[in-house]
Design a protein around this ligand. Structure first.
Ligand code: ZN
Ligand code: ZN
Length: 596
């Protein structure tokens, strides 16, 4: 559930919405369809084309290159204006034409997947601009802070490289925000509030310390003078953008703003492009409703079973949801001491590896160990755990399991966090993040069928779905020896994923209000009020993304059932896992075609 902090997983939607025009467009050699081009020749041609496409995409969106860990484009910045949008559409049609010369059937399964991912990326670019039009209504899509923060904090280049990149970018910041104002036609209230918050955060990056840092740096005297001028102009541009947004927010008191709800048509379209599932959003919603009932039913059975053990003197409440909640609260007190949080996680990793090996669930590559470390300071946004995998430009780098120690939290915050990640949930978290979840999947994805296309355009629903699938699979294989307490906590955890899908769909398509949303999360999924409020807010600001965990899980689980039914005695779980992971981070529906 935690964000995977890896450079190989880009916020593609973000990247696409910030794509820009660059002065230099690499010319692409036209490729004619030659009848004599055989399979091998088609494969070569396609590999060459996809490399050219990516190179051109870097220049169209240098920000995206930086997010991918390619710092060659650090000094370039594009303005989000009409000519940029025209360049983006031209890119889409030019590349569609190029790809039409490829005979897809002649490609290997791995390249067919790449082909599908590229086609989807082109479709998304066009759709974002012409149908979704975030550039007109999301003021938070304009913020120079993300890339600049990254350039200043990530380990790349020298101090001079970093400041020179900033110097070049700052020259364009006033024009950048001027273009943003022109684009914004009908912003939503929620995204306007977010943009004010986030751009104020960016102002914080342009601090007196930054100016001092430049003055102390190896920059030339002339550059230092420029730096100060541009620094001041940048501050001015950002604060005036914030003021402008505050005024628009005030106007919204009189005339209602555009709704954050995107409605059924756009929701289905976005779902098809972002999730790439083998079903519609409406179908997934129906599956989620059934899974919610099933999880609640399982929780009730487990509560009946466990009640006498923990409450020998009191009868179970007749309200089943109240009984479940009471038991969960009671159990959550069992958790690791706050100072042992990181070391406990470190201790569990070899145990999980051992279990996967003993049960023969998956081959784990011992030459690519997972290193547990305290989250580096510059990555700490909130307490949590995440995986940092080496990006496509850092082959041979280590894979880290970042765990943030709880020493910065107040005693109350730490207690609440530890109850959330109690004795049982912490084990499920480690399965999800590490073994055999995200870490194992990323190792396979990087080794078995790695391609730049897959690491840049990989399918988020498959990646999250695998980690969610791993949780259930491990428990079904007997991890934790079928302890009822572990299963009870598992179902609560699983219910969160299921209800993310339900909430997102009901909010954007079925128009539920906040009270109805909170009722779902608190009363049906046993969440705390604060957690539920944060989830509601997140769902107002994103669309569809919250369904990715459950949709990926549902499709992987369905595919396994399908194969098990058709193969009968022949079905082998380990073989299923290895084959499934061998296709890289491809959409489950594409993997399904290749496996059936
Ligand atoms: Zn995850
Ligand atoms: Zn406690």
């Amino acid at each position: 559930m935690k964000r995977i902090a890896t450079t190989s997983l880009l916020p593609l939607a973000l990247a696409l919405s910030t794509l820009g025009l660059s002065a230099c467009q690499s010319a692409v050699e036209p490729v004619g369809a030659v009848a004599s081009c055989d399979s091998q020749c088609q494969q070569q041609r396609f590999s060459q084309l996809s490399q050219q496409l990516i190179d051109e995409l870097w220049t169209l969106s240098p920000d995206w290159a930086v997010y991918a860990g390619n710092y060659q484009y650090a000094e370039q910045m594009v303005l989000p204006d009409a000519s940029q949008r025209a360049a983006q559409l031209a890119f889409v049609s030019r590349w569609r034409a190029q790809l039409s010369s490829i005979d897809k059937a002649q490609l290997s399964s791995s390249l067919q997947t790449d082909f599908a991912l590229i086609e989807n990326t082109l479709d998304s670019m066009q759709w974002q601009q012409q149908r979704f039009k975030r550039w007109q209504w999301d003021p938070a899509s304009y913020n120079v802070g993300g890339v600049i923060g990254r350039l200043l904090s990530e380990p790349w280049g020298s101090e001079e490289d970093k400041l020179k990149a900033l110097l070049a970018r700052m020259a364009k910041i006033p024009d950048y925000y001027a273009a943003a104002r022109i684009n914004l036609d009908n912003p939503t209230r929620e995204h306007t509030e977010l943009a004010i918050l986030q751009n104020n955060g960016t102002l914080g990056l342009f601090s007196p310390e930054l100016l001092e840092r430049a003055k102390q740096s190896p920059l030339s005297d002339a550059d230092k003078v420029n730096f100060e001028q541009r620094y001041l102009a940048s501050r001015q541009a950002i604060s005036s953008y914030v003021t402008h947004l505050e005024q628009r927010l005030a106007q919204m008191e009189n005339e209602p703003a555009k709704s954050f709800r995107i409605g059924e048509t756009l929701y289905e379209e976005k779902f098809a492009l972002d999730i790439q599932a083998g079903m519609t959003a409406a179908e997934l919603y129906q599956r989620a409703l059934a899974d919610k009932d099933y999880a609640q039913q399982q929780m009730l059975e487990l509560t009946k079973q466990l009640w006498p053990k923990y409450f020998p003197d009191g009868p179970m409440p007749s309200d089943s949801k109240q009984a479940i909640r009471t038991l969960i609260d009671h159990l959550s007190v069992k958790h690791v001491a706050r100072q042992d949080f990181v070391s406990e996680i470190e201790k569990q990793i070899p145990e999980l590896t051992q279990f996967v090996n003993d049960q023969d669930l998956l081959t784990l590559d011992p030459t690519k160990p997972l290193l547990v470390r305290e989250t580096p300071e510059y990555m700490r946004g909130f307490a949590g755990a995440s995986i940092s995998a080496p990006g496509p430009f850092d082959t041979g780098g280590n894979t880290y399991y970042n765990v943030t120690p709880l020493d910065k939290l107040s005693p109350e915050q730490a207690e609440s966090y530890l109850r959330e990640y109690n004795h049982w949930v912490l084990q499920i978290l480690n399965i999800h993040e590490a073994i055999p979840g995200h870490y194992a999947q990323l190792v396979y994805s990087n080794n078995e069928s790695s391609s730049l296309v897959k690491s840049l355009f990989g399918n988020g629903a498959m990646i999250e779905g695998w980690a969610v699938y791993a949780e259930r699979m491990m428990l079904e294989a007997g991890y934790g020896e079928f302890e009822p307490e572990l299963w009870l906590m598992y179902w609560k955890w699983n219910l969160r994923v299921v209800c993310n899908t339900i909430l997102d769909y009901r909010m954007h398509v079925l128009n539920i209000d906040k009270a109805q949303g909170l009722d779902l999360l608190v009363n049906e999924a046993f969440q705390q009020q604060t957690e539920a409020e944060q989830k509601w807010r997140r769902a107002t600001l994103s669309q569809v993304q919250l369904t990715s965990y459950y949709s990926g899980f549902r499709e992987i689980y369905d595919l396994r059932d399908e194969l098990r039914a058709s193969q009968g005695e022949q079905f082998n779980l380990k073989q299923f896992h290895q084959q499934f992971l061998s296709y890289g981070s491809a959409p489950v529906k594409e993997v399904r075609k290749l496996m059936l």
